[in-house]
Write a new protein. Structure first.
Length: 484
């Protein structure tokens, strides 16, 4: 059975305070295009930086998982991400007006309820899973963390927690498929031991913490002065401090702490960038171990992509959607500065262009003529021209517009490009288009190797008014691409 990617139908917001900062913050979930996955956008910062929910962007795992990219940072992401995975939503943009996702009640349920209120809709693209083929293990002997992933047709998790605590004991939790998340896991709250709580308070952390958003496990008797201190901190004059659970908080499940550890794992494993089909068994998991294991999974994904190469991703022999003659009717560039030969894929959020590199290129006469290598700046220019096609596709009269690039970030040249190579440029939107501004991630391939990577921001601008110089044939091709 073919599964389609899913996003939300409408935007929806959730407001609360950050667990550690105590600052008020609103997160707004917004629909996102196919193959977008999860991205955070700090709308309160200059330039509104976008932060991919990617394990490569993890900067801190102390008491939560924090991400940082493009000058922006977002903390305590795991409960929100777990809600998205648990509802099997593939593509969402999350706008935040503060540095930390709100803690809410310490679980994923407020996010689940908001997302269901927004509505969930299918998209056209098929969902792509990471399907584990061989066992994968991870150990951290100092923290006594053990993890093992084995091949499985569904996303299955089994968790064991044991902290040598007579209050908590040894607990187990599991789900057999993602659809069980809402009923069995989403409402389970975060927990902390009283001795940890004292340490966090002494370091001026958990400013947004209270007894309504966490389970506090009391693992020892407390002197009267500290009892009074906690009562004042939490504004609970009738605070009960005795071995067990602080203030006699009622558990939602007898093994709620273990279920919450499973919840955290679901959110942290979202950072591999795609849904998973595997059975993962974890003993004493925590954010650091979850992230380390996510990195191992992502490394396997990268290796599999390299093995497949372009043959598994792009059909280079497909009839082009746009030929070089069509491209010249859209872009103002002309030889020798037109660096895209054809477009083979074009959708609302991505484009794939081809450049056949030959010894006849003008630049080879002066650029290392004894050892011809395509200049990196021209690879970026070719990538930008390909991205320009994606941008111009959004307007009905592209002949009246020009694409101006505003910013290029995170450029990496990984392999040389020489005569005889076929460059394949794949560009996709990082975030939805706003006011004619396009933020794209570009990757250039030669065979099964990545040649160049870059993030680009461009804006289209209307520069003239004509009766329409795009001929009927080219216009029809663009219309067909829009429909696809």
């Amino acid at each position: 059975m073919v599964e389609k990617q899913r996003t939300i139908k409408n935007s929806v917001s959730v407001s609360g305070k950050g667990l550690h900062t105590g600052l008020p913050v609103t997160v707004t979930f917004k629909p996102a295009p196919e193959n977008h996955w999860y991205k955070f956008k700090r709308v309160d910062l200059p330039g509104q930086p976008v932060i991919d929910a990617d394990v490569d962007n993890v900067k801190d795992t102390e008491r939560g998982t924090s991400l940082e990219q493009n000058g922006g940072r977002i903390a305590t992401t795991e409960h929100l991400l777990a809600a998205l995975v648990g509802l099997q939503i593939d593509n969402v943009l999350i706008e935040a007006n503060g540095p930390e996702v709100p803690i809410m009640d310490g679980s994923s349920m407020p996010f689940v309820e908001a997302l269901e209120k927004a509505g969930i809709v299918e998209q056209e693209a098929e969902r792509v899973y990471f399907e584990l083929k061989d066992n994968l293990s991870y150990e951290d002997m100092d923290k006594r963390i053990e993890m093992l992933a084995v091949p499985q047709e569904t996303f299955r998790l089994t968790v064991m927690v044991d902290y040598n605590s007579p209050v908590l004991g040894t607990q187990h939790a599991n789900i057999y498929q993602a659809s069980e998340f809402k009923k069995e896991i989403a409402a389970c709250r975060t927990f902390v031991f009283l001795h940890e709580l004292e340490l966090l308070l002494s370091h001026n952390l958990i400013k947004g913490g209270d007894l309504d958003n966490a389970i506090v496990l009391v693992d020892r008797d407390l002197p009267k002065d500290k009892h009074d201190y906690l009562a004042k901190i939490f504004n609970k004059p009738n605070l009960e401090v005795k071995p067990g659970i602080l203030n006699n908080t009622k558990l939602k499940f007898f093994n709620e702490p273990a279920r919450h550890k499973l919840l955290d794992m679901v959110g942290d494993l979202a950072l591999v960038g795609m849904p998973i089909r595997a059975h993962i068994l974890a003993a004493r998991p925590g954010h650091s171990g979850n992230v380390a294991f996510a990195r191992k999974i992502k490394e396997v994904i990268k290796k599999e992509k390299l093995k497949k190469g372009n043959a598994g991703r792009f059909n280079l022999n497909a009839e082009p959607l746009l030929t070089v003659m069509d491209i010249m009717k859209l872009l103002p560039h002309r030889p020798p500065f037109l660096l895209v030969d054809k477009i083979i894929e074009l959708s609302e959020n991505h484009v794939v262009g081809i450049k056949n590199v030959t010894m006849n290129e003008d630049f080879f006469r002066g650029h290392f003529p004894g050892n011809p290598i395509m200049p990196g700046v021209l690879q970026i220019e070719a990538m930008a021209q390909t991205g320009g096609i994606l941008a111009l596709k959004t307007v009905p009269d592209p002949e009246n517009y020009l694409t101006f690039f505003m910013k290029i970030d995170n450029v990496r040249f990984r392999n040389q490009v020489v005569p005889g190579d076929t460059l394949v440029f794949h560009l996709e939107l990082i975030s939805p288009v706003r006011r004619g501004i396009f933020h794209m991630k570009g990757t250039a391939y030669v065979g099964d190797k990545i040649a160049t990577e870059a993030e680009m921001m461009a804006q289209i601008s209307k520069v003239k008014e004509t009766n329409g110089s795009t001929d009927a044939k080219t216009a029809a091709k663009l219309t067909k691409a829009k429909q696809n």
